[in-house]
Structures are given as structure tokens and as C-alpha cells.
Design a protein around this ligand. Structure first.
Ligand SMILES: Nc1ncnc2c1ncn2[C@@H]1O[C@H](COP(=O)(O)OP(=O)(O)O)[C@@H](O)[C@H]1O
Ligand SMILES: [Mg+2]
Length: 456
């Protein structure tokens, strides 16, 4: 990826933000810990000075200066490198004992230089002073070890901060790059798909993280999209193939007419046939267009609450005469249920029932009994159109819903193979399921919809 794009990418910006947060918070923790530790070691030094002073003070028995002198001399002798200093002297400045050369008065615990105590080093000391039986006592301790300790604490915290920051930034860049790589892979897949490689899918790591979830959803959408594309491709191929037959027929009729015309024969009948053929082609195109429009779903805005019972009853009434002319009969029956509500488009639902009834009339022989019914079953509504005609074989029950698909035995009955495609499109639009069952003999078309939730 181009570096400029990496700086602007979400993973990198997130990584920088988290690294910044991490570094700031650890700096804060380190600083607070440093300040507290430093205070603690200085307090410990003061406590030690005060303790030494009070030990000397409390072990001194009044009048026994000699004992105190001995103790101080021992303390001073044991002290290496003048870490601890002692001084005992008279108020007029005469030194009696200790390793310090001079006295300096202090209120509480105070910091003084080596020079103040008559010493030649460049140390500083914390001292406590007081009067002991008329003599001046001074106890002190060098700050050097404590300052060294504070320095060590400071530099170790400084190094820790540096290392933490480095680690945070490095980890941020690493994680950012890793996330970016996966996002780039998704973008790459999408590019390949727009270049026409429809079978490409986003690779899943199997970790189930958010990028995996989104990738899975993208893949599902791509699957559906390519199914749709495949369906469209097949439909267009089928339509082109199936329309060739009537167009060829039209051509043959017109050729025949031309030959007859040349030999001076009348062509009225051929022209009439050509007109019928072109009407048929026209009707097929119109039906195809109508199915596409229904599938596009624009008519959903015209949905109202209807009663399926009325629609079925109405169609049964209208076609009773047609069936009778064919020596067939139509019977309508309904449950005692008051109504069979459905959200839908009245014209389309009527068309659906008409197509089923027309099929029963057209594809079944004389004396067929056609039954229309609406019932309530297990909380759902079931409407059926059934006949006792030849039926539809199990292997054909899915195929008859395809555009332009007709069973071989129906080649000579009227129709263009689009009636059931329209039934399917209307049913899909209304959220209805349509299934075909065996009626032994005959076919039963079942339309089922839920009694409670209607699509809107
Ligand atoms: N009630 C039925 N009984 C037997 N076959 C049927 C019935 N309904 C439909 N079919 C078969 O399904 C095919 C597709 O039906 P359809 O899409 O309505 O097309 P069309 O009626 O124009 O042929 C019909 O050609 C017919 O072979
Ligand atoms: Mg039909």
C-alpha cells in the first residue's frame, strides 16, 4: 500500500491513538510512583537520624557525661566514610566528642553542608541538634546514599518509560499493519469482483473477530448476488431461446405468403396467421415485462387489507361459465371462519387465482372437477386450487414455475409458459408460499400465508 494511505488508514490512526494513551498513562503511573518513592526514602533518612538522636538521648543517664563520650567515640569510630556524623560540645564551642568538627544549630531536621560541620567533603547532611545536660549534641547523616538511590529510581523509571513507549508504538504499527492487510485483502477481492471474477470471496481467518464477521456478511451478499446474476443470465438465455420458435414460425408464414404472392395466389389466410403469431409474441413480451415489474416490488405501495375468500369466490363465479363450456365444473368452498385477511394488491391476487384456474381449465380434459377452497390450518391460512386432471409429476413441480417452461403434454394447449412464473412473482411479492401437491389424480396448488404478521 502507498505509505501516504497507510498514515491515513483507520488501523494506523487507532494504533497511534492507543499507543499515545498507553504511553501517557504509563508516564503518569511512573511519575507518581517516582515522587512517592523519593518522598519515602527521604522520610526514612530523617527517621533514621531522629532515631539515632533519641537513642543517645534516652540511654544518657544524667551526670554521666563520660559514658556518653565513650558511646559517641565508639559510634564515630565505627562510622566509615562519614555517613553518620556526631558532635558533642560545650555551649562555648569546645568540642568534647564526635567525628564532626563544628556545631550548627538546627530546628527539627535540617540540611547542612559538610563545611557547616567543619568537614572537608562536599556531602550534604540531614542533622538534628539539642541540649543534653548543658552540652550541645548533634546527630546527622549524609544525603549521598539517599540521593544515589533517588537517582537510580529516576533513571530506571526513565528507561522503563522509554522502553514502554517504544514497545507501544512498535506494537501499534504492527497491529495496524496487520489489520490494514486484512482490509486491503477485502478491497482487493471487491476489485477483482468488479473486474468480473464473480467467484472470488473474502478469505476468513476463522478467528471470528469483527473483520471476519463483516467478511462473512460480504461473502453471503456476494453469494446471493451471483445467484441472482446466474438466475438473470439463465432467464435471458431461456427467453431468447424460447422466443426463437414463434419468430421462426412467423418467418415461415411470411415466406409462404411471399411465394403465394409471386404465383398470384391469395395471401389473406397467411396474413391472418402472421397477425395471430405476432399477437402471441407481443403477449409473451407483455407478460415478461409484467413479471419483471411485479418482481421489482413497486406495487407494494398499493397494498390494502383484503379478504382472500372474496377473491376466490369472485374468480370461481367468473370462470364457472368458461368451465361449463369446456364440460368442466368449478366448486368453491370455505371454512366457517368469518374472514381470511391478507395484505395485498387486489388486482395481482386476483390474477394469481385466475392463472391457476385457467391452467386447470386449459391443461385438464373434459369432465374435470376444479375445486377452490380457503381454510384455516394451525394458525395459518391455506387457499387451494385443485383438479382431478393429469397432475404434474414430482420432478416437474419446481420447473413449471420457470419462465416459458411448459410440460411436453401441454404443447397443444393454449398458453405461453408464463402463467405460473407470474403466480410465483405475485406470491413472492406478498410473502406467500406456493406449493404443488399430488391430488391422486390431479394437481393441487396450495397458497399459504400467516394469520398474524403480514409483510408490509
Ligand atoms: N392444473 C394443471 N394440471 C396439469 N398441468 C399443469 C397444470 N397447471 C400447470 N400445468 C403445467 O405447467 C406448465 C406451466 O404452466 P404455466 O406457467 O401456467 O404456462 P402455460 O399455462 O402458459 O402453459 C403448463 O404448460 C402445464 O404443462
Ligand atoms: Mg397457464
Amino acid at each position: 500500500m502507498h505509505p501516504a494511505r497507510f498514515w491515513r488508514s483507520t488501523p494506523f490512526r487507532l494504533a497511534v491513538a492507543y499507543a499515545f494513551l498507553f504511553v501517557t498513562s504509563s508516564l503518569l503511573v511512573y511519575s507518581v510512583t517516582y515522587v512517592l518513592l523519593r518522598k519515602e526514602v527521604y522520610a526514612a533518612l530523617d527517621a533514621s537520624v531522629e532515631e539515632t538522636y533519641s537513642v543517645l538521648q534516652s540511654t544518657y543517664s544524667p551526670g554521666d557525661v563520660a559514658d556518653l563520650l565513650k558511646t559517641l567515640e565508639t559510634f564515630s569510630r565505627l562510622e566509615k566514610g562519614d555517613m553518620r556524623v556526631f558532635y558533642l560540645g560545650t555551649p562555648d564551642g569546645r568540642r568534647l566528642a564526635g567525628n564532626a568538627g563544628a556545631f550548627k544549630n538546627a530546628k527539627g531536621v535540617e540540611t547542612v553542608t559538610a563545611a557547616d560541620l567543619g568537614l572537608s567533603t562536599d556531602d550534604r547532611f540531614r542533622i538534628v541538634t539539642g541540649m543534653l545536660d548543658g552540652n550541645r549534641l548533634l546527630v546527622g547523616q549524609s544525603l549521598e546514599a539517599t540521593e544515589d538511590l533517588a537517582q537510580i529510581i529516576f533513571s530506571s523509571f526513565a528507561w522503563m518509560s522509554f522502553a514502554t513507549s517504544l514497545l507501544a508504538v512498535a506494537a501499534g504499527i504492527y497491529l495496524g499493519l496487520r489489520a490494514q492487510k486484512r482490509i486491503d485483502a477485502i478491497a482487493q477481492t471487491m476489485n477483482e469482483i468488479s473486474d468480473g471474477h464473480l467467484a472470488r470471496r473474502v478469505h476468513l481467518t476463522g478467528r471470528g473477530d469483527d473483520i471476519d464477521v463483516i467478511s462473512g456478511q460480504i461473502n453471503a451478499a456476494l453469494d446471493r448476488l451471483s445467484d441472482l446474476m446466474e438466475g438473470m443470465r439463465r432467464v435471458s438465455a431461456d427467453i431468447a431461446h424460447d422466443l426463437k420458435t414463434p419468430l421462426n414460425r412467423l418467418k415461415l408464414i411470411l415466406e409462404d405468403a411471399a411465394i403465394r404472392e409471386n404465383s398470384g395466389n391469395p395471401v389473406g389466410q397467411q396474413l391472418q396467421e402472421a397477425l395471430e403469431e405476432s399477437d402471441h409474441i407481443n403477449a409473451t413480451f407483455e407478460a415478461l415485462l409484467r413479471i419483471s415489474q411485479i418482481e421489482a416490488g413497486a406495487r407494494k405501495s398499493r397494498f390494502t387489507t383484503l379478504d382472500m375468500k372474496h377473491i376466490f369466490e369472485n374468480v370461481a363465479d367468473i370462470f364457472a361459465g368458461v368451465a361449463e363450456d369446456n364440460s368442466q365444473s368449478i366448486v368453491f368452498s370455505a371454512d366457517a371462519e368469518a374472514s381470511f385477511p391478507i395484505e395485498g394488491d387486489k388486482e395481482l391476487l386476483t390474477q394469481l387465482v385466475v392463472n391457476l384456474v385457467e391452467n386447470a381449465i386449459n391443461h385438464c380434459p373434459a369432465r374435470t372437477r376444479i375445486t377452490l377452497s380457503v381454510r384455516r390450518l394451525d394458525g395459518r391460512y391455506v387457499a387451494a386450487v385443485e383438479d382431478n386432471g393429469p397432475g404434474i409429476e414430482e420432478g416437474e413441480r419446481d420447473k413449471v414455475f420457470r419462465r416459458l417452461y411448459r410440460l411436453d403434454k401441454s404443447r397443444n394447449s393454449p398458453g405461453n409458459g408464463l402463467g405460473l412464473s407470474m403466480v410465483k412473482a405475485i406470491a413472492d411479492l406478498h410473502g406467500l408460499t406456493v406449493t404443488i401437491e399430488d391430488c391422486n389424480p390431479g394437481a393441487r396448488f396450495l397458497i399459504v400465508w400467516s394469520g398474524r404478521s403480514q409483510p408490509n
